[in-house]
Design a binder for this molecule. Structure first.
Ligand SMILES: C[S@@+](CC[C@H](N)C(=O)[O-])C[C@H]1O[C@@H](n2cnc3c(N)ncnc32)[C@H](O)[C@@H]1O
Ligand code: SF4
Length: 347
């Protein structure tokens, strides 16, 4: 089997190149082609001899994702990309343009096995993990297709990143490498449904990334209704792990809270959340839930959203309501991929 060359870090590439009888300086050239110039064909590596390019082709493959669809919102400048993988599976990624720079939301798995009730990504279960190269290439292709420099990354697309932990760490290492895209770790956010062991492991890595926790409920009872993973970890245990993360990294935590009408959006719910988060250096992101046709959940009405926000603010909890981006292009995580798969299975 050929080696997935784009998933190797610089040191690994140097060693691998040595094993096929080449000088270490070649690794620097190849790494630059792959991760700075974003080339995905050995034949375009013009400072390498033809013989070496053939040798590379014999030993390595350059994993890439291939665009099958792109939709750009008429309401804002959000673009959603559908990419095909080498095994014909399909994933989605989103480019969001902000005043402060361009942000890409990437998928970390094909599907997800966590089963959250409101989420389209999990409807077909988990198909497989993405490799570090497949996570990277979502960004590389979007940068090339849009001619825009990407400055921020959120790992908030399909999949539970901590269920693909080793590949996630490798991806972070590669994308923040100064010999590659060199995206600051401070501009990378990883969102998790709260896998406690992995939160603690990540804290021990002492990286500078932002950790976002999908909380979505002020107590375990409501959380269990929405997220099966709540049967495994209670909120108190998750918050302990979050404090550990904060103490190790000094990075402010983000809590995501999708507001679902009549389920988690009352004043009592807001007060209970305040009590849970008091004293934590954190920020709460309120997300009006994006309804998916497979479930009955509705997003909270405007006045409930505003009331929830006011209660948090009065109690000095940092809070924002997430702008609904690209609502006209199935922008909720997993929705575009799901519509694509539904259409293709009907054909
Ligand atoms: C798709 S998940 C991926 C990252 C990780 N698995 C997690 O749960 O945090 C990213 C965020 O989208 C939220 N989300 C999923 N489906 C949603 C929907 N229909 N409406 C609003 N938010 C949704 C999740 O709860 C989570 O906070
Ligand atoms: S919200 Fe996250 S963890 Fe839950 S099913 Fe969706 S992708 Fe998986």
């Amino acid at each position: 089997m050929k080696i997935d060359i784009k998933s190797l870090n610089y040191e690994e590439l140097k060693e691998s190149i040595r094993l096929i009888g080449e000088k270490p300086f070649r690794a620097k050239q190849i790494y630059e082609w792959l991760h700075k110039k974003l080339i995905d064909d050995f034949d375009e590596m013009s400072n390498l001899s033809k013989d070496l390019r053939e040798k590379l082709k014999d030993n390595y493959e350059i994993i890439r994702v291939e665009k099958v669809d792109q939709r750009t919102s008429k309401e804002d400048e959000t673009s959603k990309f559908l990419f095909r993988l080498y095994d014909d599976r399909v994933i989605e990624s989103v480019l969001m343009k902000y005043k402060h720079g361009n942000s890409v939301c990437i998928s970390s798995q094909v599907g997800c096995r966590m089963g959250c009730k409101f989420c389209a990504s999990t409807l077909g279960g988990l198909e497989r993990n993405l490799t570090p190269s497949e996570m990277l290439d979502q960004i590389y292709q979007i940068q090339k297709l849009s001619n825009e420099r990407v400055s921020n990354i959120v790992v908030m697309g399909t999949g539970e990143p901590f269920d693909n932990y080793d590949n996630l760490l490798k991806f972070i290492e590669l994308v923040s490498d100064e010999n590659g895209l060199n995206i600051s770790q401070r501009n990378i956010t990883v969102s998790t449904c709260g896998l406690v062991e992995k939160i603690r492991m990540l804290a021990d890595e002492e990286l500078q990334i932002t950790l976002a926790i999908s909380l979505h409920a002020p107590n375990d009872e409501v959380r269990k209704e929405l997220m099966p993973v709540a049967n495994k970890y209670d909120i108190a245990t998750i918050l302990d792990a979050c404090k550990y993360y904060y103490n190790k990294t000094k990075r402010r935590l983000t809590f995501e809270y999708s507001l679902v009408e009549g389920v988690n959006d009352s004043s009592d719910n807001a007060m209970e959340l305040v009590k849970k988060l008091k004293g934590l250096n954190c920020h709460v992101n309120l997300i009006p839930v994006n309804p998916i046709k497979e479930r009955n959940y509705k997003h909270s009405q405007g006045k409930f959203i505003q009331n929830f926000k006011n209660i948090l603010e009065k109690n000095r909890i940092n809070v924002t309501i997430r702008r609904e981006m690209g609502a006209d292009i199935d922008a909720a995580c997993g929705q575009l991929r799901k519509s694509y798969m539904d259409q293709n299975s009907e054909d």
